[in-house]
Structures are given as structure tokens and as C-alpha cells.
Design a binder for this molecule. Structure first.
Ligand code: FES
Ligand code: FES
Length: 161
């Protein structure tokens, strides 16, 4: 049987177009980290269970470790490196700082991308709903209260995108 061939795919990542050659089993997470050197997106479990690898794909949050890069050919991806506007932090980034919403910071890129996606979904209104809809993003440092406080502040301030 012939060996699987690498495929050339095109991804718009943080508004820049990239062509990359990937084997069919390469995850979007590995494509971002190893092909494009965008290491802000973290690999925690690599099994879809921790949320550390969350990125935005065409504006929707996805788990990049369980997504094959070839499935996203032609898509627009936003990683934590792309959420700020130049020097101006995204409101969620600023709110995470203001609320001490991290300790080691390993879960933070995934938390912020997930929160951007969750706010965009428009389903959460209350703190309990935010907690529920962010429950796929784990924080081993126990910074959860600050994380939810930060997200609530942005939602209530109406400054989110
Ligand atoms: Fe993807 Fe844990 S690294 S969910
Ligand atoms: Fe360490 Fe969340 S800040 S895992």
C-alpha cells in the first residue's frame, strides 16, 4: 500500500495566509505549534479533555488537538497571538490580568480563546451559565474564580468582540 502523501493546505492564521505541507494525521494544534511556530496555543492532554489547545476557527471555538489540519484547509484561525489589536490587549486579556485569573498561565491562552468564542455564541447570561459553558477549559492551578470574574466583567462591560 502506498504511504500517505503530505498535502498542501492553506490556513489564514491571525490574518496572515500560510501554505503548509502536512501529513493527513497532523493535528491543527501541531500544525500551529510545529509548522508555524505559534506556541501560544498549548498542548495539555492532547486528547480533547483539558481545553488548553482551544483556538477560534472561523470565529468558533474548537479543540485544536482533536482537529486534523487538513480538515481546516482554507479556514481562518485565530490563536492567542492574534487576539490583541497591535499593542492594545483584547479586553479579556486585560481582565485576566486585572482579576489575577492565572498562576502558571498554561491554560490561559485556551481560556481566553474559549471565552471569546463563548461570548460570541451569545448563550451565557448568568455566572452559572458562564461556568457551565467554560467547563471544558480546566485550570489545574485553581484560578477558576478569577477566570469567571474576568469573563463576567467583559460580558457585563459590553466591551467584548
Ligand atoms: Fe486539546 Fe487538552 S490539549 S483538549
Ligand atoms: Fe495554571 Fe490555569 S493558570 S493551569
Amino acid at each position: 500500500m502506498a504511504a500517505p502523501q503530505a498535502r498542501v493546505i492553506s490556513l489564514h492564521v491571525n490574518k496572515e495566509k500560510h501554505s503548509l505541507q502536512v501529513l493527513p494525521w497532523v493535528s491543527l494544534l501541531d500544525a500551529l505549534r510545529e509548522h508555524l511556530q505559534l506556541t501560544g496555543t498549548k498542548k495539555g492532554c492532547d486528547h480533547g479533555q483539558c481545553g488548553a489547545c482551544t483556538v477560534l476557527c472561523d470565529g468558533k471555538r474548537i479543540i485544536s488537538c482533536l482537529t486534523l489540519a487538513v480538515m481546516k484547509d482554507g479556514s481562518s484561525i485565530t490563536t492567542i497571538e492574534g487576539v490583541a489589536e497591535g499593542e492594545k490587549l483584547h479586553p479579556l486579556q486585560q481582565a485576566f490580568i486585572d482579576h489575577d485569573a492565572f498562576q502558571c498561565g498554561y491554560c490561559t491562552p485556551g481560556q481566553i480563546c474559549s471565552a471569546i468564542g463563548m461570548i460570541g455564541e451569545g448563550k451565557a447570561r448568568t455566572r452559572a451559565e458562564v461556568k457551565e459553558l467554560m467547563s471544558g477549559n480546566l485550570c489545574r492551578c485553581g484560578a477558576n474564580i478569577g477566570i469567571i470574574d474576568a469573563i463576567m466583567e467583559v460580558m457585563e462591560g459590553g466591551t467584548h468582540e
